[in-house]
Structures are given as C-alpha cells and as structure tokens.
Write a protein that binds this ligand. Structure first.
Ligand code: ZN
Ligand code: ZN
Length: 370
C-alpha cells in the first residue's frame, strides 16, 4: 500500500534542519505484514531525542531510514496470535523475540535479536517492509512511527485499554517507560528517599513524576530551561535548580538516587559526585559513542556507591505499561504534562530544531483521520 512517511535521507550534523531539510516527507510503499506482524494505523507519534540523535549522527544508524519510535495506533490487520484488528496499541522500541537468553530471563529490553534488527534498521524477522520507488528504506527501531501506517512485529506491540486516549497512550512507549522504568525498576526508589534528575525532557520529566509516585521525600529537578523547571515543580519536584546551582545547597550530604537524562559524560560524572555514600546513579541518556567517563573507582568502593545504566527502563513493557497506565488513571503519573503541543508530520524538520533548542518536552505528531 502507499503511505506517507518522514525519511531521513542523510546525516545532517547540526541545526537548523529547517534549512538543510535532512528529513523528507514523501510517498512510500509499505509491504503486507508477514507471519507474526501487524499493520497499524498511526494515531500519534512523539518526537524524541533518540530521533534527533540519528539525524545529527550521534547515534549511528544506516540511511535512508523512516524515523520515529514512540507512537500509538490501531491495528488494521493482524497476522499475530492474541492481537486482533481494532486493538489499540502502543509500540516499544526494542522488539522482543521471546526466545533469547535476555527474553527468557525477563529482560526483554536486552533482547539480542531485537538489538541486532535495530542496529541494521531491519524488522525482527529480517529485511524491510518499506521502499521508495523500489529502493529499500530502513526501519527505525522496528517502529518507524513518522508515517500514517506501519508494519511492525508482534514483539514491538503492547495492547492498551480502549478508554485511554491514544494521544496520551503514545507517551508510554518511550518517554514514560524509560523515565519511570528507571525509577521503579533500576533504582527501585523507596518512600522517604531523595532523588535528583538531570535533564527535563520527556524521559527526565517522567522520572520526576515517578519519583513522586514512589513517595520520594526530596526530588530535585535540574535543567537550564526555567519553563521546564516550573513544570517539574508542578508534577512532583520539591526543588528545581539550574545546572549552575549546587545540589549540595539543598542536600549537603548528597542524594540517594541520581538520574542522568542528558546524554553527557560530564553531566554523568557530576551526578555520581552528587550522590551520598551508599547512593546510586542511574544513566538513561545516550551520549556520543566516543564519549568517555572519568570517575574515581575509590568513591564507588569506599562509600558503596552504585553506577547503573538503564535501557527502556529495564522494563517488561507488557507488564509495566499497563501498570503505569493504572498510575496515570489514579492521577499519580500526570503524563499529559509532557505534551508541548501537536504538530503535523510536514513540520518534522522544524520539530527537530525545536527539540535541539531544548525548550520543548514532547511534541506530538498527530495523523489526519480517514
Ligand atoms: Zn525515545
Ligand atoms: Zn529476545
């Protein structure tokens, strides 16, 4: 079938992308779903920093590639068991094979088959279902959400209740799963602990909300943007400071849990240094591939600090997304506050510029009905 999608034709280094136009909204051919795959009509898609990282080359992926990996939609055709046409779905950015050692150990975010497919820009079952005048187009993280339709593997899908608006459900696929998962699964934040979050994009802001839901006592949100700091205070932060201010002015002995959501080795080193003895640092940001971290191993050993990475919130999406939706229902995870407005697909290059400028949280692309 013919679809309209946003294809990254070349890596573009630096903004303004509105001038260089590395992403082209164009007509594509989408092949039929194969066994175990689904055709999904897209409803909403979030513009995430991981998309920007592919555009500017800090996350190296093959091109041309149809970007987008955070989205919600409705199943049009299913060739998968347990998923039917008409089901509402959220897509996640690591397809789960269900058979590899990581999947069998309940760590599907580390699925080796999914990682291989994502690195190659292919479907989990191999190859591409997308082409432009006969030229194969790569899939982004098994999702390729910036299009009106997508063919995805059943392992990329979580079915969600139909009463959850799809323009809210979209946020659970990447931002909320990653940020709240890091707090609930990786850091396992407990009542009464202190948490600091560096970087208030969709992931960091979700981590602030989740820390409040976990009943952390002190929650410090750190970002250069004053508007984002103000929102953080409304969704659960007890303090909001700029990177120039010192966390130790708020917590002289340091913080129990430090979460780095910037994607910078220098910020990560700062986060580790801000932890109290016995504290834990969790990093979810994606730094440039050649970034190196310099910290004192003695500071880890002699004061029992932990440093942990967290990918996809260390989540089992089929279990954790419904649980996070329940928290949203009860008002404890006000994810709507992540939205920075709706945009049409045609504005995707401008949306990347706005994201790079650091003043928006989640811009949501909405697709025309019909
Ligand atoms: Zn993302
Ligand atoms: Zn697997």
């Amino acid at each position: 079938m013919k679809i309209t999608g946003a294809v990254l034709n070349r890596i573009a280094d630096a903004p303004p992308f509105q001038s260089s136009q590395p992403i082209e909204v164009t007509e594509l051919d989408l092949a039929d779903p194969q066994s175990g795959e689904l055709l999904v009509k897209m409803s909403a898609a979030g513009v995430c920093h991981s998309d920007l990282s592919v555009v500017n080359g800090s996350r190296v992926r093959p091109v041309p590639m149809l970007l987008g990996h955070e989205c919600s939609g409705v199943v049009v055709e299913s060739r998968a068991e347990h998923i039917a046409a008409g089901d509402h779905v959220v897509l996640t950015f690591v397809p789960r094979c269900g058979r590899c050692p990581a999947c069998l150990a309940d760590r599907p975010a580390l699925c080796s088959a999914g990682a291989r497919a994502n690195g190659a820009g292919e479907m989990l079952a191999g190859g591409s279902r997308l082409s432009r005048k006969g030229e194969p187009i790569r899939h982004h993280l098994g999702v390729s959400a910036f299009a009106d339709y997508a063919v995805v593997d059943q392992g990329s899908v979580v079915v969600v209740p139909k009463d959850v608006p799809l323009d809210v459900a979209v946020l659970f696929g990447c931002a909320v799963l990653t940020g709240a998962g890091a707090i609930f699964n990786t850091a396992a934040v407990r009542e009464g602990q202190s948490v600091a979050v560096w970087g208030l994009g969709g992931v960091g802001m979700s981590a602030v909300m989740a820390s409040a839901a976990a009943q952390a006592d002190v929650i410090i949100a750190i970002d250069p943007d004053a508007h984002k700091r103000a929102i953080a205070l409304e969704v659960g932060a007890t303090h909001a400071i700029s990177p120039q201010e010192s966390l130790r002015d708020v917590l002289p002995h340091g913080v129990d849990v430090a979460l780095e959501a910037v994607g910078s080795a220098a910020v990560l080193a700062e986060a580790v240094a801000a932890t109290a003895p016995g504290g834990m640092t969790v990093t979810v940001g994606l730094p440039a591939p050649n970034d190196q971290l310099t910290i004192s191993p003695l500071a880890l050993v002699a004061e029992s600090r932990t440093l942990a990475g967290s990918y996809l919130g260390a989540a089992n999406p089929e279990r954790d997304i419904p649980a996070m939706i329940d928290l949203w229902r009860s008002g404890r995870l006000p994810v709507e506050r992540l939205r920075s407005g709706s945009i049409p697909l045609s504005q995707i290059n401008q949306a990347m510029d706005d994201l790079a400028a650091g003043h928006v949280i989640r811009q949501i692309i909405t697709f025309d009905e019909g």
